[in-house]
Design a protein around this ligand. Structure first.
Ligand SMILES: [Zn+2]
Length: 306
């Protein structure tokens, strides 16, 4: 109710985006001027250089033909669903005519959930790989058919797990694992792994590498924190997506999971919404052609319709 009152009008939503983009007032992206006439539909006309700036230009909402209010509804819905959303669910809630649009929005917003290269984990971090998809455990170093290998980093907290990060990799070779760890964990941190040789180069990258488990078996024998993340992930995966997700889009689902997991103790949905919209503004435009692959297979759509 409160949300609907705040963002009842298109202008209210535009003003909110303007406030997040320019917290200290308008700044012209061309001449850095700070004076502008405000025009209709979120347009600002710079006094200094006559440039017309749309408040949504350069954000995720760049060039949207739909009302911003609808995007706000979408983000509010997404941040209110504890176990994630499907494109079909979003389509229904927003009353969108096309499944394709709902799917596109959802994938764009998933991109905004985790900002790559930022917020690296630090302190004591456990790292291990898990396989997603398929039934039988795969073999390290060789990859397994129909499965995707994902590196999980879990930060140790006073009581259990702090934040997590996840990264899809092509295989478990050092050339794949080292950049993944680099992307997820701040150098100088303690990184705990098992004795798999793919992690041998971590000390050279500036990590305090500790081998907590000698045997490099994969699957049943994960390091403890990652093991817990893996079982929660599996439950979420089967519950929300019925395990039916195209592998080309796995990264975005993992981003969504990570976003929710890292904010699982946050009591305020409003804060979650605020994080999502802030990141959507920072992220910049996402082109439809960037969202590679086809929407979840028609059979998966059908299944959830039945
Ligand atoms: Zn200007």
């Amino acid at each position: 109710m409160e949300f609907r009152e705040w963002f009842a009008t298109e202008q209210g939503c535009l003003d909110y985006v303007a406030k997040l983009r320019w917290p200290n007032g308008f700044v012209c992206p061309r001449c850095q001027g700070i004076k502008a006439w405000t025009m209709k539909r979120g347009l600002y006309w710079c006094h200094g250089c006559n440039y017309q700036v749309s408040v949504t230009a350069g954000t995720l909402f760049n060039d949207t033909h739909k009302p911003l209010r609808l995007w706000f509804e979408a983000m509010w819905h997404i941040t209110n669903q504890k176990f994630g959303v499907s494109a079909l669910g979003l389509q229904r809630v927003l009353g969108l005519g096309s499944y394709h649009t709902a799917w596109n929005w959802l994938h764009k917003l998933r991109r905004a959930m985790v900002r790559p290269g930022r917020d690296r984990l630090s302190g004591v971090v456990e790292v291990d790989e898990i396989f997603i998809g398929g039934e039988r455990p795969g073999k390290r170093g060789r990859g397994a058919e129909g499965k995707t290998l994902v590196v999980v980093a879990a930060q140790e907290a006073q009581r259990g797990i702090g934040r997590i990060r996840m990264c899809q990799v092509v295989d478990a070779a050092g050339e794949s694992l080292e950049p993944a760890v680099w992307e997820m964990v701040e150098p100088g941190s303690v990184v705990r792994t098992d004795g798999w040789r793919g992690y041998n180069g971590l000390a050279e990258l500036g990590y305090d590498h500790q081998v907590v488990r000698k045997t490099p078996d994969l699957g049943a024998n994960l390091v403890p924190l990652v093991n817990r993340v893996a079982s929660l992930l599996k439950r979420w995966w089967l519950g929300t997506h019925q395990g039916a997700v195209g592998h080309s889009h796995l990264a975005y689902y993992l981003d969504e999971y990570t976003f929710r997991f890292n904010r699982r103790t946050s009591r305020s949905r409003g804060l979650l919404f605020y994080r999502l919209i802030s990141q959507a503004i920072d992220l910049g435009p996402v082109l439809e052609t960037d969202l590679k692959g086809t929407p979840e297979t028609q059979s998966a759509v059908k299944k959830s319709q039945e």
